[in-house]
Design a protein. Structure first.
Length: 363
């Protein structure tokens, strides 16, 4: 059964949105955020999530007549603009999935599979994501719902087990690198809370408008809570001088847990959560890219769309030469410009819609 033929509950949407928001915590983004804002990273998290909550609540007004965001764009600005936006959205999700997969492969190679070529790891994740899509939307939805609970539990478990390592003195000065650093890290965080266009694309599949709105609010609340706790714990464990240098702050937190000889080395537990979370997130990214292509170009064959999008994702995942190249070019592009897709374009569509309604009312 394809996801297009089933109705999404609030929890289903929250699981999809949650993976798109919290999976980045396992990788290099936290180090970049702490490097920009210092001990105030948790403040940047709050500001970014409050902003995205406002954006999401505003964008929910675009869901009228049961249309997705591409159809809304076509209705507001014409079919050529809708075609352009649908293509851009599909490429954005391909880029998102490709960069995410490559970063996951780099982290796995660094912490668990040092002798395995990064292209082999990336290829296996892409293959798994493609299989999830071929199996259909129902399988992806059920898997996302199940493993989202597991992932949230895993994150909370690691943060609780590391409590004996936390030093609150590392949280000062409270404003860290100042408001400029908080603002820049907030922009990066906003770019990584990427589910607003995703849920807007899936809007017709929700049971009703209330389920659509609840899914985003639940996902944002969980993402904010877990992110705040994580950045606080990361800073209190390693300080702002060490955190930016880590490939994965979460993996280092897992390695730092130690109570006695028989209760330590929890990075293996984290690897389990990281792998399953990454496969599901990559599958969601590939699904959204495929769905954008199907809507934009009226593609009838889901398998053909999956194959085409998987090839694009593979090209993007295989291009970076190493982790440094990935961070300096591909991840930097998401951190600096992803906000236009996650918040800018949806807000622009709402403004255009509001202006048109006002002009129509005045006539």
């Amino acid at each position: 059964m394809n996801m297009d033929n089933v109705k999404l509950r609030a929890y289903d949407g929250a699981a999809i949105a949650g993976f798109l928001s919290i999976s980045w915590l396992f990788f290099t983004a936290p180090g970049a955020i702490v490097g920009l804002s210092g001990p105030a990273a948790w403040i940047a998290v709050i500001l970014a999530h409050v902003f995205m909550l406002l954006v999401f609540l505003i964008v929910t007004a675009l869901r009228y007549d049961g249309r997705d965001i591409i159809a809304v764009t076509s209705g507001l600005l014409g079919k050529p603009i809708g075609l352009l936006y649908g293509t851009a959205l599909g490429l954005y999700f391909c880029f998102f999935a490709g960069v995410f997969i490559r970063e996951c492969a780099e982290i796995l190679k660094t912490y668990s599979l040092p002798l395995t070529p990064v292209y082999v790891i990336s290829g296996l994740i892409i293959f798994s994501a493609a299989i999830m899509n071929v199996l259909g939307g129902q399988a992806l939805m059920k898997s996302a719902g199940l493993f989202f609970i597991v992932t949230v539990f895993g994150i909370i478990l690691i943060l609780l087990l590391g409590v004996n390592r936390y030093n609150p003195d590392y949280l000062f000065p409270v404003l860290g690198e100042g408001m400029d650093g908080i603002a820049r890290s907030g922009r990066h965080l906003t770019s990584m809370i990427g589910f607003v266009p995703a849920l807007a694309l899936l809007a017709p599949n929700f049971e009703d408008r209330n389920a659509y709105r609840k899914s985003g609010v639940i996902a944002l609340a969980l993402s904010a809570l877990l992110s705040i706790l994580f950045y606080l714990c990361l800073t209190m464990t390693f300080s702002v001088s060490v955190s930016p240098e880590m490939a994965s702050g979460f993996m280092e937190l897992g390695k730092s847990i130690y109570y006695d000889h028989f209760f330590y080395r929890f990075e293996s537990v984290l690897l389990f959560f990281l792998i399953f979370s990454s496969v599901i997130t990559a599958s969601i990214g590939l699904y959204l890219a495929r769905k954008s292509a199907e809507i934009t170009f009226s593609v009838k064959s889901a398998k053909a769309a999956v194959a085409a999008c998987a090839v694009v994702v593979a090209i993007i995942a295989f291009l970076p030469a190493n982790l440094l190249d990935l961070k300096n070019h591909y991840l930097a592009a998401i951190w600096n410009y992803g906000v236009f897709f996650t918040a800018g374009i949806p807000l622009l569509l709402f403004i255009i819609s509001a202006v048109k309604r006002i002009l129509k009312y005045e006539k």
